[in-house]
Write a protein that binds this ligand. Structure first.
Ligand SMILES: *Cc1c(COP(=O)(O)O)cnc(C)c1O
Length: 378
């Protein structure tokens, strides 16, 4: 018996939708399924404009273009994140400035942001780790004081909330991922949420290779032409068809994942109470997570490595997470750290993510909990 870390799944009509898109003869981007996905995201997340992309990475790259950066401009972001959060901005010549994270949520520490702002700072990119919201009120206030763009990396955060608002829909821009490791999936896939109305027209152009093709299809111009920089950021309609089935069942997927997280927490609470390992902190007031991830913190790197090996020997695949970007070869070359990133360094060496996917059974969680207990209680 093996329990993988992640397992892609279908929940409803994904395959039938793909067949139907093929029969209807529209498999390039922006067909009827893609439009339904756009409307669903706009309605359920409350944003002006949702645009499907081929990945969250693409949505981040579009955000970087929309920030109008010049070489040497600076972007504030955590070091404890996926490479795309930084790389998208480096592609535009910007310098990522890495700020430390909070010990409770592992999110960008909003109390450290203002000290990292310089005359070159143009944007803040908060990452909602594990689908738990950053302190968006404080972040938006800092951005306003300094005239900065806020582009949320909400790759892990679909339908998670901050004070009644959906993550990705609070900053000027928000980026979602539908990669097969996320809650709602389409293999590869993502979306850009354009929350600031002033950026909508340009976002459509950037996504359509720098042309005004979207306006042309709406009959707003009589021919389309090259008007700005851009690339091909839209996914095939086959992706939209798959994703539409998942979006229709998004609430169900998230409810299941939250229940699995609760089962992990209940099962491991004894070990946590005796101080053998640390569990994720309960979400701050007003923050509702989406069951994206369940992690535990071992006491140090050696114990973390031994725990992963112990689980693997029992057919359970648990994994660590980010190598902090400020200590990666490209991070050192292109970016800089704002002060000591103590929490980032410590957490990244202690964190273990336990298996979590839609088809994981509560009995699997029990088996994993027992294996974790067997490691600590010898
Ligand atoms: C998954 C992830 C991404 C990248 O998403 P893709 O859709 O694979 O490009 C970016 N940022 C964070 C925080 C992620 O978890």
């Amino acid at each position: 018996m093996k329990i993988p870390f992640n397992k892609p799944f279908t929940i409803a009509d994904e395959l039938a939708n793909i067949a139907s898109a093929v029969r209807q003869g529209h498999i390039a981007g922006d067909g009827p399924y893609t439009r339904r996905c756009h409307e669903w995201l706009e309605r359920n997340l409350s944003t002006h404009k949702a645009l499907l992309t081929h990945s969250c990475t693409a949505a981040l790259e579009m955000s970087a273009i929309l920030c109008d950066l010049s070489p040497g401009d600076e972007v504030i972001l955590p070091s404890f994140t996926f490479v795309s959060t930084a790389n998208a901005f480096v592609l535009r010549g910007a310098v990522p400035v890495f700020v430390d994270i909070r010990r409770d949520t592992l999110n960008l520490d909003e109390r450290l942001i203002e000290a990292a702002v310089t005359s070159r700072t143009r944007a803040i990119v908060p990452v909602h780790y594990a689908g738990v919201a950053c302190e968006m009120d404080a972040i938006m206030q800092i951005a306003e004081r300094h005239g900065l763009v806020v582009a949320e990396d909400a790759a892990q955060a679909i339908l998670a909330e901050y004070k009644g608002r959906k993550l990705g829909a609070i900053g000027h821009l928000g980026c979602l991922s539908f990669h097969e490791t996320k809650n709602v999936i389409s293999g590869e896939g993502g979306a850009l949420l354009v929350n600031d109305e002033r950026l909508v027209e340009r976002a459509e152009i950037v996504r359509e290779k720098g042309t005004n093709r979207s306006k042309f299809f709406r009959g707003e111009v009589d021919k389309y032409t090259w008007v700005d920089i851009g690339s091909s950021y839209l996914p095939s309609e086959l992706i939209g068809a798959f994703l539409w089935a998942q979006l229709e069942h998004a609430a169900e997927i998230i409810a299941k994942r939250r229940a699995l997280c609760a089962a992990y927490r209940a099962g491991l609470s004894g070990l946590a109470a005796s101080g053998r390992l640390a569990l994720p902190q309960p979400a701050p007031d007003g923050v509702i997570a989406n069951g994206h991830m369940f992690y535990v913190l071992a006491c140090d790197l050696a114990e973390r490595t031994a725990l992963i090996e112990h689980l693997k020997a029992r057919g359970i695949y648990a994994v660590f997470h980010y190598v902090p970007l400020h200590s990666s070869p490209a991070g050192r070359r292109f970016g800089r750290a704002a002060g000591e990133l103590t929490v980032t360094d410590e957490v990244s060496s202690r964190l273990v993510r336990l298996p979590l996917y839609y088809e994981l059974a509560e009995s699997d969680v029990e088996q994993i909990v027992d294996a974790v207990k067997a490691f600590f209680v010898k």
